[in-house]
Design a binder for this molecule. Structure first.
Ligand code: IPE
Ligand code: IPE
Ligand code: MG
Length: 245
C-alpha cells in the first residue's frame, strides 16, 4: 500500500484543567504540564516528516476565563516563546501564528516577534500557534478585506470565489490540515479552523493533553493512515486512482 502523505496536523490541546483537577492541582499546573508536551509532539511530527503542526493554544473566547487564569496562560506563553527560541533554531522549525496577536500582552508580543524573526528562514518545518484565534473572527476579517477590494475596484463581485477568500485567511500560505486531533474526550471544534477543516479527518481521544505523548501522537497518525478520504467521490474511484499511482 502507498504511504498516505501527511503534511499538516492540527491539534486542539484540551483537558489541562481537568487533568490538574484529577491530580488535586491548580488549573495553571495543568497548563504548565501541557506546555512541556508541546516540544515532544513538535519533535515527533518533525521525525515523521510532517511539515506543519498547528496547535490551538488560546481561543478568541478564552479571554472570558477568570482573569488570573488568562494572566497565567499569557505568562506561560511568554516563557515558552523565550525558552523555546534556541531549540526551534537548532531544530530548524519556523514559528508562525494564526489569530489576532495584536491583542496579546506586550511582553508575549515582544517574545513572539523575536522568535518569529529568529526562525523565519526555516520553511521546511513549521510550528503554527493559534493565538487569540477564532474561525468566525477570521472570516469577519476576511469578508471586510474582500469588501474593501470591491469598493476600491480591485476586484469585481463575480471574482469572489474560495481562492479569493483563502487569500484573506490567516492560513493563506498554509495547506489545509489532513488531520485534526482533539484530546480530553470533547467532540467539537470550538471555533477552530472551520473552513480549513472542510475535508480534514478527525481523531478524538479521551486522554487529557498533559498526558498526550509521542506514542499517542503516533496512534493518531496511524489511525489517519487507515482511512479512505473520498472528497465526494466513490470508494471505487479512489481505489482505481491509487492503483494508477
Ligand atoms: C486547554 O485545556 C488549554 C486551553 C484552552 C488554554 P483547558 O484549560 O480547556 O482544560 P479543561 O478543558 O478545562 O480541562
Ligand atoms: C478550545 O478549548 C481552545 C483551546 C484548546 C485553546 P476550550 O476548552 O476553550 O473549548 P470549549 O470551551 O470546551 O469548547
Ligand atoms: Mg477545555
Amino acid at each position: 500500500m502507498i504511504e498516505k502523505k501527511i503534511n499538516h496536523v492540527a491539534i486542539i490541546m484540551d483537558g489541562n484543567g481537568r487533568w490538574a483537577k484529577s491530580k488535586g492541582l491548580l488549573r495553571l499546573e495543568g497548563h504548565r504540564k501541557g506546555v512541556e508536551n508541546v516540544r515532544k509532539v513538535v519533535d515527533k511530527a518533525r521525525e515523521l516528516g510532517i511539515r506543519y503542526i498547528t496547535l490551538y493554544a488560546f481561543s478568541a473566547e478564552n479571554w472570558d476565563r477568570p482573569q488570573s487564569e488568562v494572566t497565567g496562560l499569557m505568562t506561560l506563553l511568554k516563557t515558552f516563546l523565550k525558552s523555546e527560541r534556541k531549540n526551534l533554531v537548532k531544530k530548524q522549525v519556523r514559528l508562525l501564528t494564526i489569530g489576532d496577536t495584536s491583542k496579546l500582552p506586550e511582553g508575549a508580543k515582544k517574545e513572539l516577534i523575536k522568535t518569529k524573526d529568529a526562525t523565519a528562514g526555516f520553511t521546511n518545518h513549521n510550528l503554527i500557534l493559534a493565538l487569540n484565534y477564532g474561525a468566525r473572527q477570521e472570516l469577519e476579517f476576511a469578508v471586510k478585506k474582500i469588501a474593501e477590494k470591491v469598493l476600491d475596484h480591485k476586484i469585481v463581485l463575480n471574482d469572489i470565489d474560495y481562492s479569493i477568500i483563502k487569500q484573506e485567511l490567516y492560513t493563506q500560505d498554509i495547506p489545509d490540515p489532513e488531520l485534526v486531533i482533539r484530546t480530553s474526550g470533547e467532540h467539537r471544534l470550538s471555533n477552530f479552523l472551520l473552513l480549513q477543516t472542510a475535508y480534514s479527518e478527525f481523531y478524538f481521544t479521551p486522554i487529557f493533553w498533559p498526558e498526550f505523548n509521542e506514542n499517542e501522537f503516533e496512534k493518531a497518525i496511524d489511525s489517519y493512515k487507515g482511512r479512505e478520504r473520498r472528497f465526494g467521490k466513490t470508494g471505487d474511484q479512489i481505489q482505481k486512482a491509487i492503483i494508477k499511482e
